[in-house]
Design a protein around this ligand. Structure first.
Ligand SMILES: Cc1cc2nc3c(=O)[nH]c(=O)nc-3n(C[C@H](O)[C@H](O)[C@H](O)COP(=O)(O)OP(=O)(O)OC[C@H]3O[C@@H](n4cnc5c(N)ncnc54)[C@H](O)[C@@H]3O)c2cc1C
Length: 464
């Protein structure tokens, strides 16, 4: 296709190009992280024709390219709150030998325990699940624009870019699984931005992978950190260090080192952050070798290709789940996921006071075993939009709830609900905000979701 380029005028460069149109899709999913992959796989299992566009070379998002190799606890002390696809994923990783050596199924089916996994195993599994479901996966493919009508709340198509050029993809429904609400923002749906609409941005972490760890003689991270801080070892002393997590016989990943004041929605900030994160990883190599028993021969295998972004954009949805709901342990007739992870707002600065604030929130407001809150369907639907759903870490929530609900398992459940709702919406010809949520809950239950609410409702919950 020929490109016709106008001269640069007033600092902008106008690109006019004929773009091939592709059509026939029921659902286009932007981004293949835990939310997008689940949306695509579950919608395709319902018989829909689904295209998933993923910017990197694999599905899994933060859990693979971000190297966050551990699912947050899914059990509430006696039962598993996470059903459906994520439960299938964890059970299969276990059978295939891709979970942390020695991990017992009780850890995810009952206990409030972490589920560390090998990211290569998860990549393979998403490939298999998407292929078996019939999803058309396009890797190295970025959604770069949207053809949308904000007044009608309607998305007609998206523009994607890959090695072959630009393509316009027409579809009946769209799921934004980008983690940053990128598609929602391109459509003109209302969003809140960290740093613009909030005083602070939760700091991200560039995760790293290490080999050569002697896990049998592994020391206590909290004591090692205390000593290193007392010695003045770090250039930027950060009292909040999550530490090393075992994922294999001699390998582990480090969720270590916050990158303060980084704005994930600004290219320069992300570029500076990646460069700084790689330097920080070298400092942690020296720290682990010197202070942590079992790490004397540790080697840095790699840092993650994707920055570990905790917070960027959130949509303004039909329902905004907030800290009042969290405190009330509220359940909803149209809840599509359950969660009991605490408020987890990482300190905005590397100070003892900020750390104390974090601990007060995290420990002080933590749920007791057996308690959970529900996540209602409306958090997935941008206010006023008919055929767009936004699951994952950018749902419609306030900051405390975002910090609790952004875990991989919850994002997967939200994605499954988004994909399922999109297909129901197409089949019943009802816009996103008007689908029968009783039917949605029933479909999700049939697909394995654990949604124990006795009372269901035909209409989504709205705030009083
Ligand atoms: C540092 C860190 C540590 C964490 N620790 C844990 C933990 O221990 N346990 C846990 O359960 N959770 C943890 N989380 C949370 C969890 O990993 C993420 O919140 C979750 O993966 C978010 O899922 P998502 O699908 O919304 O987005 P992501 O996982 O971010 O996936 C988004 C995907 O979309 C793709 N994409 C983005 N834009 C486009 C575009 N325009 N076109 C095409 N593709 C695009 C990206 O490449 C990516 O693959 C952590 C998160 C971070 C950042």
């Amino acid at each position: 296709m020929a490109a016709h380029v106008s001269p640069v005028q007033q600092g902008t460069y106008r690109l006019v190009r004929d773009i091939p149109v592709e059509e026939g899709y029921d659902l286009v999913v932007a981004g293949g992280g835990p939310s997008g992959a689940a949306a695509a796989i579950c919608a395709a299992r319902e018989g829909a024709r689904v295209l998933l566009a993923e910017a990197t070379g694999c599905m899994g998002g933060m859990a693979t390219s971000g190297m966050v190799m551990s699912f947050a606890p899914m059990g509430d002390g006696s039962r598993c709150l996470a059903g459906g696809l994520i439960r299938e994923v964890v059970d299969t990783l276990y059978k295939q030998g891709f979970l942390k050596p020695g991990l017992h199924p009780d850890v995810w089916s009952k206990i409030q325990g972490w589920v560390p996994f090998n990211a290569e195993g998860l990549k393979l599994l998403y490939d298999d699940l998407a292929t078996a479901a019939g999803v058309e996966v396009r890797l190295f493919t970025q959604v770069i624009d949207a053809d949308a009508d904000p007044r009608r709340g309607q998305v007609n198509g998206v523009v994607i870019h890959d090695i072959e050029g630009y393509h316009y993809i027409r579809s009946r429904a769209f799921v934004d699984g980008t983690g940053n609400a990128e598609l929602a923002a391109l459509c003109g749906a209302p969003c809140r931005e960290a740093g613009r609409d909030t005083p602070n941005i939760m700091p991200p972490t560039l995760i790293s992978l290490f080999s050569g760890i002697d896990w049998r003689n592994f020391g206590k991270g909290s004591e090692a950190l205390k000593k290193a801080l007392a010695d003045g070892f770090f250039k930027t002393p950060d009292p909040h260090l999550s530490g090393l997590g075992q994922v294999g016989q001699s390998i582990g990943f480090a969720n270590a080192g916050h990158i303060f004041n980084l704005n994930a929605l600004r290219v320069k900030s992300m570029t500076d952050g990646m460069m700084y994160g790689r330097k920080l990883a070298q400092e942690y190599v020296a720290y682990y070798r010197k202070y942590l028993r079992g790490c004397e021969n540790l080697e840095l295998a790699c840092t993650a290709p994707l920055m570990g972004v905790r917070e960027s954009r959130r949509i303004v949805g039909e329902y905004e789940l907030d800290v009042v709901d969290f405190e009330a342990r509220r359940h909803f007739p149209d809840q599509i996921a359950l969660n009991n992870w605490p408020i987890d707002i990482h300190p905005y600065e590397p100070s003892k006071q900020a750390m104390a604030r974090f601990e007060r929130e995290f420990l002080g407001r933590r749920y007791k075993p057996g308690e959970y809150y529900g996540i209602p369907y409306g958090v997935l639907v941008p206010k006023g939009w008919k055929n767009l759903w936004v699951p994952g870490r950018c749902i419609s929530v306030d900051i405390p709830v975002q910090s609790s609900a952004r875990t991989g398992p919850v994002c997967s459940m939200l994605g499954q609900a988004a994909g399922t709702a999109a297909i129901q919406s197409i089949r019943t010809r009802r816009p996103a905000a008007e689908i029968d949520t009783e039917v949605l809950v029933a479909t999700l239950r049939k697909a394995g979701a654990y949604l124990p609410q006795q009372a269901t409702a035909k209409r989504m919950t709205h705030k009083n």
